[in-house]
Design a protein around this ligand. Structure first.
Ligand code: B12
Length: 221
């Protein structure tokens, strides 16, 4: 059943994938396990795109299948995620960048691990991130970015947060198309390679204290 979900998503067969997910739910398979199968399918689509076997439209369609499966498994999305509770994490894609497939997958993963995440969307300005952090008091800020322009936006956001919060600032984690060099350029605390690593890092930081850590840049591992 699970391999069937992966191959239906990899083959961009939305109806088949969704009906397999529904079937899995009816059989009592853990909802997150089903979503992870869909995610594996999305990753295969991305690999095929990178090898020139698929078009960009296929990647976008695979992401839609993930979104659809997410709705089937978790119920309708709660808009911005602003449920009035106190989020532990403020999460958005930085200014000038509209890529959100990875952000959305990571947020689903984090929520599965029990983390409270406020999704602030895409193309989010440094001032908007600051405002959300001031409103919520969240101890962790997660920034996603996939284009070169995003690195300057991340740097500006990190600079503003450091300036306004000083020593009591939230921990800043970046992800997307990033690496050690980008992390040190932006001044973020951590960079991660994937959603699971990101969720595990947040859990560790929150366990260690208030989510705040030393300000030097470093990879999660
Ligand atoms: C899909 C896609 C699009 C879609 C985006 C749809 C959407 N809703 O997101 C569309 C077609 C809209 C698009 C537009 C553009 N794109 Co585009 N796009 C891609 C593509 C093919 C896949 C990205 C993706 O979704 N990957 C799948 C997800 C699951 O992976 P991910 O984002 O890395 O996320 C994972 C982890 O990184 C992690 N994660 C992500 N963020 C974060 C953050 C934190 C804090 C944590 C913990 C974890 C985490 O979680 C995920 C799961 O593990 C990439 C190429 C590629 N092969 O990656 C190009 C790519 C990113 N795009 C690119 C470009 C240039 C553009 C455009 C500028 C094109 C244009 N000329 O218009 C525009 C950008 C517009 C803008 N202002 O943002 C370039 C960027 C190059 C660069 N260095 O600048 C790339 C690399 C393609 C290329 N090789 O040229 N794009």
């Amino acid at each position: 059943m699970r391999k069937l979900i992966v191959s239906a998503v990899a083959g961009i067969q939305e109806d088949k994938a969704i009906s397999l997910v529904r079937n899995g739910l009816a059989r009592g398979i853990d909802p997150f396990t089903l979503l992870e199968e869909v995610r594996t399918g999305v990753e295969i689509v991305l690999e095929r795109y990178n090898r020139g076997e698929y078009f960009l439209a296929d990647v976008v369609m695979a992401a839609d299948i993930y979104k659809h499966a997410q709705q089937v498994v978790l119920g309708p999305a709660d808009g911005t995620g602003d449920s009035g509770r106190h989020p532990q994490i403020v999460f958005g894609t930085v200014e000038r960048d509209i890529h959100d497939i990875g952000k959305n997958i990571t947020i689903v993963t984090m929520r599965h691990y029990g983390l409270e995440v406020l999704d602030v969307g895409v193309n989010v300005s440094p001032a908007a991130f600051l405002e959300k952090l001031q409103q919520t008091g969240a101890p962790i800020l997660c920034l996603s970015g996939l284009i070169s322009d995003a690195y300057d936006s991340m740097k500006k956001t990190v600079g503003l947060i450091k300036k306004r919060f000083g020593e009591r600032r939230p921990t800043i984690i970046i992800g997307g198309l990033v690496n050690e060099v980008v992390c040190s350029y932006t001044g973020a605390d951590y960079w991660v390679k994937n959603c699971t690593e990101g969720a595990e890092l947040c859990i560790r930081l929150l366990k260690e204290g208030d989510g705040r850590c030393a300000s030097e840049s470093r990879a999660a591992k």
